[in-house]
Ligand binder design. Structure first.
Ligand SMILES: Nc1nc2c(ncn2[C@@H]2O[C@H](COP(=O)(O)OP(=O)(O)OP(=O)(O)O)[C@@H](O)[C@H]2O)c(=O)[nH]1
Ligand SMILES: [Mg+2]
Length: 301
């Protein structure tokens, strides 16, 4: 019997949703950072074995938005809970439960989809006795929780148990994607995300949230090289200066790190051509949000 289904991740920002998917798949497919609101749009990550296929739907963290970008991200996250087989509701064991977790529980319950509670980051926990309290509280808020698993996406602890629980709750079904496909997103999306991840990693304060990456061109070149031209969009001239850095040092570092990772992901030689552009207030501008992030249904709604 072959099992398959769509499993969406829900949780507030920074609880480790994307890290969990990468850890289960043993492959980096979706980007991760220590800063909240890293994931901005939906990405399907496909995990196939001989016995099952799980399509993990990674989505932004559910939060209170302060601009249109955040507003549409939350819409994406809530929409990701429609038409799926199972929700993995993720909470952070190293922090106490908050109003934001209750807010997530409300949406999970409204989706009328069975859920697994994933208590992540147990490697940071000293007192494991609170796990039961977290479980009880979340189950009370969200009676659609069928199971609860405490894990660490970082150390891999209990991930096998989590996979077993997911598979157990999945229906019998076909393969939705071919065996060798690990994401539904094209290389342009993945490359933009990897570049943005490096910027998140290398910059501080308001820069990470003010940056977007737009792929302008992907072209086959001689000697099997894939040429990728990307615009790094910032909101202000001062931010442009920071992203370029003194003598272009910062952009060079971003470029090297991103190129290496895109090469690893694609198994191909990449020529990465980065430019920095200022688009004032892009985070509140529908045209930019459609054009750069690809929100379409969210803007229409
Ligand atoms: N110690 C520890 N850190 C973790 C674990 N899982 C994730 N993290 C860290 O938590 C941070 C956030 O991880 P992400 O996977 O980007 O979180 P997310 O829930 O996808 O966040 P958004 O995309 O912003 O909603 C990163 O710094 C991760 O390294 C874990 O099990 N243990
Ligand atoms: Mg994420």
């Amino acid at each position: 019997m072959f099992k398959s289904g769509f499993v969406a991740l829900a949780g507030k920002p920074n609880v480790g949703k994307s890290t969990l998917i990468n850890a289960i798949m043993a492959k980096k497919v979706t980007i991760v950072s220590e800063k909240p609101q890293t994931t901005r749009n939906r990405i399907n990550c496909i995990y196939t074995t001989d016995n099952f296929q799980i399509v993990f739907v990674d989505a932004p963290g559910i939060h209170k938005p302060f601009h249109k970008l955040g507003e549409y991200m939350v819409k994406v996250a809530i929409r990701a809970l429609n038409g799926i087989d199972l929700v993995m509701m993720v909470v952070d064991a190293s922090r106490s439960l908050s109003k934001a977790d209750e807010y997530v529980a409300k949406y999970v319950l409204e989706s009328k989809t069975p859920a697994i509670l994933v208590i992540n980051k147990i490697d940071l926990m000293e007192d494991k006795s609170v796990l039961t309290l977290i479980e009880e509280k979340m189950k009370k808020l969200c009676p659609s929780i069928k199971k609860s698993v405490a894990v660490s996406a970082l150390t891999g602890e209990n991930l096998d148990k989590l996979i077993d629980s997911v598979v157990e709750l999945l229906p019998e079904g076909p393969k939705f994607y071919p065996d060798d496909m690990i994401t539904d997103r094209p290389i342009s999306f993945i490359a933009a995300e990897i570049i943005r991840e490096k910027i998140l990693h290398l910059t501080r304060e308001e820069i990470p949230h003010s940056v977007a990456v737009l792929i302008e061109d992907v072209k086959e070149r001689n000697n099997d090289v894939l040429y990728i031209r990307a615009n790094i969009i910032v909101e202000r001239d001062s931010q442009k200066g920071i992203v370029i850095g003194k003598d272009g040092k910062m952009i060079k570092q971003i470029g090297t790190m991103a190129r290496e990772e895109i090469e690893f992901f694609t198994g191909r030689k990449i020529f990465l051509d980065l430019h920095v552009k200022v688009r004032k207030n892009w985070r509140n501008d529908d045209f930019s949000l459609l054009n750069i992030i690809g929100f379409k249904d969210e803007i229409k709604e």
